[in-house]
Ligand binder design. Sequence first.
Ligand code: MP5
Length: 191
Amino acid sequence: MATVHPFLQQCQQGTISAEQFNTWLVQDYLFVNEFTRLAARLIAAAPTEHLDTLLGGMVALKDELQWFQRKAAERSLKLDTEPQPTCRAYCQLMRSLSTTPYAVQATAFWAIELAYNQGWQNHSPMPAPYTEFADRWGNPGFTDYVKMLEQQADSALTQATATEQREAQNIFLDVAKLEKDFWQMAFTAAS
Ligand code: MP5
């Protein structure tokens, strides 16, 4: 499952090793950089009435990238590092969305945010030093944002062709798999 994983369980129990947590942190920073470009392409393709929500998300990404940089500095982590294979595959999927219709992009964008919202929320609250991580994606405001993204994806999907709807379904499943693999990467890469 994409939203229940030993990584999150061990963060909540405070038993995750620093090395494993740091692996996730650095790889997630690389992911969020690419996700920001996905957000930009989504905005470029969006109908006017969807811009307000998406621009709010973009502002949050600016803050989040700086926050990642601070967290990495606190832990003396180098951020200009190579993506692990799973991170690379996920970034590749996000880039491949550039040629898909808006409804497919909007579904993927929602699915990606939903995975983090559900994953961290289901394992909240977390003890220090993980509290702020769980709160970042598990907080009620973020849940509301994810619900807005769902409505926007839904409205685009109702106007989409059957082929586009199938494509959106497939992307949703691809995202769920990559999310699960992404948690696992902390264990397989950190040795
Ligand atoms: C998100 C993330 C959520 N940071 N990392 C992965 C692997 N999936 C989803 O995106 P954001 O921009 O941090 O809310």
